[in-house]
Design a protein around this ligand. Structure first.
Ligand code: NAD
Length: 511
């Protein structure tokens, strides 16, 4: 393991007070409230973030509305050029962005770089806005009449994002919204807000006009003020299910379109014919990567008889050699959890699993990391013999806790997955193409992996789950993202010879 690398000292992003980004500049607003931003590996408070008041949110929404008047009329050529310039800046500075993510979230640097890469892919998708916004045209639908449909921006849009992907999740939203001619307000997680500030500063550098992308920092007060604000026309949310439900209900109640992505409990079914080495590798990577703080993490392995004993043994063998340390060092597999409060909540679930009667095969609750005694550590935990009556099966834990459920048949495995309230991702490990085909048709989930444990769709497909993992009709990015941030307008036009004109009070007929 290498020594801990220094995070580039970016004043106002990793140290000091993180301010809002409004009208192309740092802005503190009137609120004096702040919240601490921790370095999860040391446990220190590294910075503070400003928390917007209701009147700050009002000013930010008005700024977005003003900017929308001109940005909606900007040419596709202008938007495309700005998007390409942004893509170049993000690519050149990806290491800096990743370092800021690691410093505030705790995930290891290579993982942070992976997140940044997937975010950049959405910017690349948005570079093709000319193609994405092409309308449809029908000539001569009636005599001398043509009809065409165009897609126009909806207006100022709001994105509320979670702590676990501080760059990728904002980038699921804002490049698509902005390329479609909307302005965008980003309300990032107050736990790791540094990446959001860089994303906005760099977009301004790329030539984005002031006010087209504003960042409003804050907590529930800011979210509630913004989702109820008249100027905002669309709300994208990503976070836990209870807050997703609240945002979806409140924002639709005030007449806005909403997509609210919630929590998850992703299952990985391992059939008897699967490659068990590959399945164990996948369970480890998807269960403990990013310390389990991924909405696409595998949290339940469903072992179909007779693979249970062998699979559990292989998972244990791999989990025991994982390196847990400061994510800024090389060769680290797992960093700390995001805050001590979250770490204690995850520990509480492990205590609960023991009370509920599951077999705790690996216990990472009391792990000690050398030189970092106050970091928010948690080692890999593995429960075997978990059943569907247990809360550790039904509730999202969001930490490095993997549950194994044993079942007798494929049908039992599928029924168990479908019983979950969530329907985000799911995976099947098998060598049987017929079983895989049947599975992808039958299963109740929005994203399916066949021998792929984390089936995160590429930018030109759309990301989103079913059930309590998504409230709203459209998923993020891809064509569904474009539809979400645009409204269809259909024009019917007649250019007829004046001699054919005359009054006709009947309902328009196509002739
Ligand atoms: P969270 O729900 O606590 O917070 C998400 C956002 O909501 C933050 O910006 C936060 O400031 C705001 N918020 C928190 N409490 C609020 C309240 N009472 N009222 C209004 N706004 C509030 O989620 P988190 O802990 O930051 O992120 C982890 C969760 O996000 C997990 O449940 C994870 O599964 C989920 N997630 C889902 C996806 C997905 O695509 N479905 C992706 C990433 C994360």
């Amino acid at each position: 393991m290498s020594p801990v690398a220094e995070t580039p000292g970016i004043d106002g992003v990793t140290t000091g007070v993180l301010e809002h980004w409004v009208n192309g500049a740092s802005w503190s607003g009137e609120s004096t409230r702040t919240s601490p931003v921790f370095d999860p590996a040391t446990g220190d408070i590294a910075a503070q973030v400003r928390l917007a008041s209701e009147s700050d949110c009002d000013a930010i929404a008005e700024s977005s509305f003003e900017a929308f008047r001109s940005w909606r009329a900007s040419s596709v050529a202008t938007r495309t050029r700005v998007m390409f310039a942004y893509r170049e800046i993000l690519s050149e500075r990806r290491e800096t962005l990743a370092a800021v993510i690691t410093a505030q979230h705790g995930k290891v640097l290579s993982d942070a770089l992976g997140e940044v890469g997937r975010g950049i892919e959405v910017v690349e998708f948005a570079c093709g806005v000319g193609e994405l916004l092409k309308g449809t045209y029908n000539e001569q639908v009636s005599t001398d009449v043509d009809v065409w449909t165009v897609r126009q921006p909806v207006g100022p849009a709001l994105g509320i994002t979670p702590f676990n992907f501080p760059a990728m999740v904002p980038l699921w939203m804002l490049p698509v919204a902005i390329a479609c001619g909307n302005t965008f307000i980003l309300k990032p997680s107050e736990r790791d807000p540094g990446a959001a500030v860089l994303l906005a500063q760099w977009f301004t550098e790329a030539g984005l006009p002031d006010g087209v992308l504003n960042v409003a920092h804050g907590d529930a007060d800011a979210v509630n003020a913004l989702i109820g604000h008249d100027r905002i026309r669309a709300v994208s949310f990503v976070g836990s299910t209870p807050i997703a439900r609240h945002v979806a209900t409140s924002a639709t109640g005030s007449g806005k379109r909403v997509q609210a992505l919630g929590g998850a409990k992703n299952h990985m079914i391992v059939l008897p014919d699967a490659d068990l080495e590959a399945a164990a590798d996948a369970a480890i990577s998807a269960g403990y990567g990013s310390a389990g703080e991924r909405c696409m993490a595998i949290s339940v392995v469903v072992a179909v008889d007779p693979v249970g004993d062998e699979l559990v043994a292989k998972i244990v063998e791999r989990a025991k050699v994982l390196t847990i340390a400061d994510g800024r060092s090389d060769g680290v597999d797992m960093g700390p959890l995001v805050t001590s409060v979250h770490r204690d909540r995850v520990r509480g679930y492990v205590d609960l699993g023991v009370e509920e009667g599951a077999t705790l095969v690996l216990d990472g609750r009391n792990i000690v990391v050398e030189d970092r005694p106050d970091g928010f550590w948690m080692g890999p935990c593995l429960f075997d013999n978990v059943t569907t009556g247990m809360r550790i099966w039904s509730e999202e834990i969001f930490g490095p806790v993997l549950c194994v459920v044993r079942v007798a048949t494929y049908d039992e495995a599928v029924a168990l997955v479908d019983e979950s309230d969530f329907g985000n991702g799911v995976a099947l490990f098998t060598r049987d193409g017929g079983a895989a085909r049947r599975f992808q048709q039958d299963i109740e989930a929005g994203m399916v992996g066949i021998n792929v444990p984390i089936p995160v769709p590429v930018a030109y497909h759309s990301f989103g789950g079913w059930g309590d993992s998504l409230f709203g009709d459209t998923k993020a990015h891809g064509s569904e993202g474009v539809n979400f941030y645009t409204r269809a307008k259909t024009v019917t036009a007649r250019w007829a010879d004046p001699a054919t004109r005359g009054p006709d009070l009947g309902f328009p007929r196509n002739t």
